[in-house]
Design a protein around this ligand. Structure first.
Ligand SMILES: Nc1ncnc2c1ncn2[C@@H]1O[C@H](COP(=O)(O)OP(=O)(O)OP(=O)(O)O)[C@@H](O)[C@H]1O
Length: 252
């Protein structure tokens, strides 16, 4: 079986404003994600996590190596087709929910399908399926500014999955949430994954990562270590992740 996402020797060098101080941020990252996995990427601030996610999101191009999503080499998606490629293949959840205050919840969730010129029937069918699961049924006519942070993040999650993306990308999705609301969102991500949603999440939080099935640790632009959850429950996996983080930081 071939992997959904494949990174091979991915490198990224930033050249800065005057191109005098090249900084190699990613130094040959290789890993694969199978369909149905829920993988977290952890590492210290500046380790290159967001850089890596941006490359997978086709928001930036690697300086070397290849990234393949479901047999498509991302380097070969022309720039003017990337927005369409993202819409058709990827879902995004970020720390700041990025909802449009002029639209109600329903229209915010519909947005990616409107951009994809989907029929109203398809949009309402998909919404009817996900709104109850995300606890949004009673909120559909509200505006984002009338919602709590947790509700906003659930709307953002609904908007991310309504296109049925091959890969859901989450960048610090709990960063702006209190701990109870974070737990709810992480439970939701786990539930989406249980239903088959392949998910890749960048996070600083060991608690957030403990809801995934595998954690990749990045250090100095390389994959330093990885651990699988296996049969561990979430609390046990949290302990494993914390131990791995401590071991990684002790080697400074
Ligand atoms: N557009 C850019 N131009 C130049 N340098 C950049 C750019 N984006 C990131 N960097 C540099 O690349 C390195 C890695 O940044 P990146 O944001 O990927 O790290 P990170 O692991 O996501 O950090 P954090 O956890 O703090 O978000 C940093 O040294 C940063 O200054």
């Amino acid at each position: 079986m071939s992997s959904l996402l494949r990174l091979k020797n991915v490198e990224k060098t930033y050249y800065g404003k005057f191109k005098t101080h090249p900084e190699k941020v990613l130094k040959g990252i290789s890993f694969e994600v199978e369909a149905g996995e829920f993988v977290s990427i952890m590492g210290e601030s500046g380790a290159g996590k967001s850089t890596l996610l941006n490359l997978i999101a086709t928001l930036d191009e690697p300086s070397g190596g290849t990234i393949t999503l479901d047999e498509t080499n991302l380097n070969q998606v022309p720039e003017d087709k990337r927005a369409k490629f993202r819409r058709e293949n990827l879902g995004f959840i970020f720390q700041d929910f990025d909802l449009l205050d002029n639209f109600n919840v329903q229209d915010n969730i519909f947005l990616p399908l409107v951009l994809a010129k989907s029929s109203l029937e398809l949009m309402t069918d998909r919404l009817a399926e996900i709104a109850p699961r995300l606890g949004l049924t009673d909120l559909l006519s509200k505006r984002p500014y009338e919602l709590s942070g947790g509700q906003e993040q659930r709307v953002a999650a609904a908007r991310a999955i309504i296109t049925q993306p091959k890969l859901l990308l989450a960048d610090e999705p709990t960063g702006a949430l209190d701990s109870k609301t974070s737990e709810e969102l992480l439970d939701l991500l786990e539930e989406l994954n249980d239903r088959g949603q392949t998910t890749l999440m960048v996070t600083h939080s060991a608690v957030a990562a403990s809801h995934s099935k595998r954690v990749l640790f990045i250090r100095d632009g390389m994959i330093y270590h990885q651990i699988y959850r296996g049969e561990l429950n979430q609390k046990q996996f949290l302990t494993r992740i914390s131990e791995s983080l401590t071991a990684m930081l002790d080697k400074e």
